[in-house]
Ligand binder design. Structure first.
Ligand code: TYM
Length: 338
């Protein structure tokens, strides 16, 4: 249960480090849209400062930030209902991030699987920012005293760390100031897998474009990628148990369920017994029907980047109204003279 002392508030972010994928859409954005109509204030963020923890060409970063904003809006995130920002335009994130750099322990950061995956064997040569990244992520959330964070499964460990940072801060300074944020990891598609390898997450950084569906893919590309998706030779089962040890089949069924807003059980009730030769075209048709209006709307919004910039500037103003007093109080707690 959330602490009634805190306003129910949602924060979540996505990196503008390349195009949006179906994984981002099903794992995160769809939930962003439903939560803005529930009893929450909602703040959604293009985390440009996180993106630059690995090299980004400046022109690409600016373009990808605007395109991500267009993707949010085209998917149904409303700038009237939600506060839409890019991280660097709200400096309180970085300011609280520094304080959390001094709360988090090296050992905690070293255990982050995302850091280990991204750094690989190259730990001497990656940026310091990549290592410190989860402390800034905690600041993104806690600078709003956010109580709920909708994300895909892969962010779970970072959200546990966010709670650890909040608890250590509260303990060290003898306060009950930062909330214990709840992760919201829900639905059939919290971990969308690669279309080429059911053991790997669908990711914008996978070198194979055929492994993912991009939100900007056209109908032909979507249909082709689904047709070529790796599967096994068996028919689909009628029960969830039958998907055990069939990662590729499970992934396609999860995607179908996520897109069609059904449970996996409901989908299997309808498609159990079908061969992939029948199921894949139905999935492709569903994906095109759901995604192509979004990509059309994204292209329309991208034709007027000045309007996107106005939305982000307005969002930054609204966000700072929440974040400034929280940061001010944090400075007082730690003993900064102001
Ligand atoms: P990022 O940019 O990698 O991904 C954005 C969101 O999309 C979800 N996601 C997926 N969900 C299901 N299946 C997939 N294959 C898949 N791929 C991505 C992610 O779980 C995430 O919810 N560290 C974050 C960004 C961030 C953030 C935050 C998130 C920075 N500050 C504060 C929440 C709160 C990240 O790299 O997400």
């Amino acid at each position: 249960m959330s602490d009634p002392k805190f306003t129910p508030r949602v924060f979540s972010g996505i990196q503008p480090s390349g195009g949006l994928t179906l994984g981002n859409y099903l794992g995160a954005i769809k939930r962003f849209v439903t939560m803005q109509d529930e009893a929450f204030e909602t703040v959604y963020c293009m985390v440009d400062m996180h993106a630059m923890t690995v090299w980004q060409d400046p022109k690409d970063l600016a373009h990808n930030t605007r395109e991500l904003a267009a993707g949010f809006i085209a998917s149904g995130v409303s700038p009237e209902k939600s506060i839409l920002i890019n991280q660097s335009q709200v400096p309180e994130h970085a300011q609280l991030g520094w304080i959390f750099n001094c709360v988090a322990r090296m050992g905690w950061m070293g255990r982050m699987t995302q850091f280990k995956d991204k750094a690989g064997k190259n730990t001497e040569n990656v940026s310091l920012g990549l290592f410190a990244y989860p402390a800034l992520m905690a600041a993104d959330i806690l600078v709003y005293h956010a109580t709920h964070v909708p994300v895909g499964e892969d962010q779970k460990q970072h959200l546990e760390l966010t709670r650890d940072i909040a608890a250590k801060f509260n303990h060290d300074y003898g306060v009950d100031f930062f909330p214990m944020t709840e992760p919201v990891i829900e639905g059939a598609a919290t971990r969308v897998m690669s279309l080429r390898d059911g053991s790997k997450k669908m990711s914008k950084s996978d070198p194979s474009d055929a492994s993912r569906i991009n939100m900007t893919d056209d109908a032909d590309a979507i249909a082709k990628k689904i047709r070529k998706a790796k599967t096994d030779p068996d028919a689909l089962p009628s029960e969830v148990d039958g998907l055990k040890d069939r990662p590729e089949a499970r992934n396609l069924v999860n995607i179908y369920a996520g897109l069609n807003e059904q449970s996996v059980e409901e989908v299997l009730r309808d498609v159990g017994g079908q061969q992939f030769g029948t199921f894949k075209p139905a999935l492709a048709e569903l994906a095109v029907a759901k995604l192509s209006p979004i990509s059309t709307e994204m292209a329309r919004l991208m034709a007027d980047p000045a309007e996107i910039d106005r939305i982000l500037a307005r969002g930054a103003g609204q966000a700072r109204e929440i974040a400034t007093p929280i940061l001010k109080k944090t400075y007082e707690i730690v003993g900064m003279v102001g």
